[in-house]
Design a protein around this ligand. Structure first.
Ligand SMILES: Nc1ncnc2c1ncn2[C@@H]1O[C@H](COP(=O)(O)OP(=O)(O)OP(=O)(O)O)[C@@H](O)[C@H]1O
Length: 254
C-alpha cells in the first residue's frame, strides 16, 4: 500500500438544509482525524457518508472524492475493492471457526499468504490484555479480544486504506496502540470519540453541530503534551484493571 491517497470530503448541508461552514476537507495517508460533537449532532452520519463514499446521494448531500476524483461505481459496491473498513463498538463473530481458520480464509480471499496469520495474532495480543490463541473459537472471544483481532486483521490483511472507528473508548483494547498501529500502516484513520487521549492523538478534529461540519481544529503542541500525560494515566488504569481481572492485589503507590 504505497500509493498516495487523499480523501476529500465536500460539504453538503446541515439538518436545517443550510450549507455546512466546512465546504471541503482533505485527509492524507497516515493521518488520524477525529470527529467530535454533542449526542445526535451527526457524527455517525459523517462516518456513514465516508463508508458509502457518498456522492451527493445521502441526506447530507456530501460527496467523498478519492485522489480528487469521484470514485467509480465498482469501488463503491465490490467488497473486494472496498477502500473503507469499519471498526465498531458492537462486534460479534457469528462464524463457528477457529481464529487460525478464519484468518487463513480471510488472507486467501485477499490473495495473501497464510504466514500473515501468526503476525495478526501477535499484533492482536499487543492490543488486548487477554491473550488470543490461534486455536480459540471466534465465538468464545470477548468483546476486547474480538476488536483487537479485527484491528490487527485490518492492519495486516485487509487492503482497505481507510479505517473508520466509531467509539472504541470502552472496548477493552489498548486504543492508543490500536490507532498507532493502523496509522503506522499508512491508513487514514477516522475516529469518532470524546476520549481525550484519542481525540488529541488525532492531528485534527472535525467539530459537528446540528448535522454540519462547523470547524476543523488542529491539535496544538500544548494539546499533544496533555495527550501524552493523560495517556500515562490511562495506561496505568488499564494495568490496574488487568491486575484486578487476574485476581491479584494492587500495590500501594510508593
Ligand atoms: N446533515 C444532516 N442532514 C439531515 N439529517 C442529519 C444530518 N446529520 C445528521 N442527521 C440525522 O440526525 C440524527 C442523529 O445523527 P447521528 O446518529 O449521526 O448523530 P451522532 O452524533 O452520531 O449521535 P450519538 O452521539 O448519539 O451517536 C440521525 O437521524 C441523522 O440521520
Amino acid at each position: 500500500m504505497n500509493e498516495e491517497l487523499t480523501l476529500t470530503i465536500l460539504g453538503g448541508v446541515d439538518k436545517d438544509g443550510v450549507p455546512e461552514p466546512v465546504s471541503s476537507l482533505d485527509i492524507c495517508k497516515g493521518e488520524i482525524i477525529g470527529i467530535v460533537g454533542p449526542t445526535g449532532s451527526g457524527k455517525s452520519t459523517l462516518i456513514d457518508d465516508i463508508e458509502q463514499l457518498a456522492q451527493g446521494d445521502t441526506p447530507t448531500g456530501r460527496s467523498v472524492l478519492i485522489n480528487g476524483e469521484r470514485p467509480d461505481a465498482v469501488i463503491r459496491v465490490d467488497p473486494r475493492k472496498k477502500l473503507v473498513a469499519q471498526l465498531s463498538q458492537k462486534m460479534h463473530f457469528l462464524a463457528d471457526m477457529t481464529v487460525r481458520d478464519f484468518l487463513q480464509m480471510h488472507a486467501r480471499s485477499r490473495g495473501k499468504g497464510p504466514e500473515l496469520v501468526d503476525r495478526v495474532i501477535e499484533l492482536a495480543n499487543t492490543l488486548t490484555g487477554e491473550p488470543i490463541s490461534a486455536d480459540n473459537y471466534l465465538t468464545v472471544l470477548s468483546g476486547g479480544q474480538s476488536r483487537s483481532l479485527m484491528t490487527a486483521d485490518i492492519a495486516v490483511i485487509s487492503d482497505s486504506p481507510v479505517v473508520l472507528i466509531d467509539e472504541i473508548e470502552n472496548a477493552g483494547i489498548k486504543k492508543q496502540e490500536a490507532l498507532q498501529l493502523l496509522s503506522g500502516e499508512g491508513k487514514i484513520v477516522v475516529v469518532v470519540t470524546h476520549d481525550p487521549v484519542l481525540a488529541l492523538m488525532a492531528s485534527r478534529r472535525i467539530v459537528i453541530r446540528n448535522g454540519g461540519m462547523v470547524d476543523i481544529i488542529t491539535t496544538s503542541t500544548g494539546e499533544q503534551d496533555v495527550c501524552g500525560r493523560i495517556a500515562k494515566v490511562d495506561n496505568w488504569l488499564m494495568s490496574l484493571r488487568e491486575t484486578i481481572r487476574k485476581g491479584e492485589v494492587v500495590e500501594e503507590l510508593a
